[in-house]
Ligand binder design. Structure first.
Ligand code: ADP
Ligand code: MG
Length: 237
């Protein structure tokens, strides 16, 4: 299949991803040949016990860390053979990442946190602000645009982090336990918003697909598909 054809519907493809860590004298084989594909429009839950390798896999899929072996395609582009500059550009243009802890820049407002990644990608400040305000509106935080992260609640911080991850209209959204740090009620509200936003972006022609690690089986079941990390590989549930 040509890359162009691939790119029309597969936003993430992982083939034989391997990663080991040295642990004292021993070697810990965390990823032993992970295969996975996420399609545009699809919301895929990644589950598995603590220490199973979910974060390791998401960091590799998000081009934040390198694998020891295997192939990665992001929106039809071969990522695993790119140099650091190529990886950085692909990550910036095609991937949005949401962490368990918001990782917002503390000295900037909610609006600025969503504006900055767009300006880094070459969007004018004016256009970036229009997009940022629209996203803040959609996460229900239009009135908090000028607040710094410290002035926001945990749920609000995650909403801003989600809006930021979508700022550059990524093809792939990766989230590592995005509601793991929230109380159940807030987690529920943030997840509902997350789901709506991903579906809205996908429907709006952004061809967005998402891979979301979660401990919460109830939330996982509400996604389109659930995959589980087990003994270093992914199995469909
Ligand atoms: P999960 O997110 O599923 O809880 P992780 O991917 O964080 O799991 O970790 C998987 C395993 O890999 C754990 O045993 C962890 O201690 C180990 N690990 C993760 N990152 C490193 C690292 N940089 N160096 C050494 N060991 C690591
Ligand atoms: Mg983790």
């Amino acid at each position: 299949m040509s890359e162009a054809m691939n790119g029309t519907d597969i936003v993430l493809s992982l083939n034989g991803i391997r990663r080991s860590f040295a642990q004292g004298e021993k070697r810990l084989d965390v990823l032993r040949g992970v295969n996975a594909a996420v399609k545009a429009g699809e919301l895929v839950a990644l589950v598995g016990p603590s220490g199973a390798g979910k974060s390791t896999l998401l960091q590799i899929a998000g081009l934040l860390e390198r694998a020891d072996g295997g192939e990665i395609h992001i929106a039809g582009q071969m990522a695993s053979s790119l140099d650091d500059a190529g990886r950085t550009a692909l990550r910036r243009d095609r991937i949005g990442f949401v962490y368990q802890f918001h990782h917002l820049l503390p000295e900037f407002s909610a609006l600025e946190n969503i504006v900055l990644p767009q300006m880094i990608a070459g969007v004018t400040r004016k256009q970036a602000e229009i997009r940022a305000r629209e996203l803040l509106e959609r996460v229900g935080l239009a009135a908090r645009a000028d607040h710094r992260p410290a002035k926001l609640s945990g749920g609000e911080q995650q909403r801003v982090a989600i809006a930021r991850a979508l700022a550059n209209r990524p093809a792939l959204l990766i989230a590592d336990e995005p509601t793991g740090n929230l109380d159940l009620h807030t987690a529920e509200a943030v997840f509902a918003m997350f789901q709506q936003l991903v579906r809205g972006e996908a429907a709006g022609g952004a061809r967005l697909g998402a891979l979301v690690a979660t401990h919460n089986m109830e939330l996982a079941q509400r996604m389109d598909r659930v995959v589980e990390m087990r003994d270093g590989v992914l199995v469909e549930r």
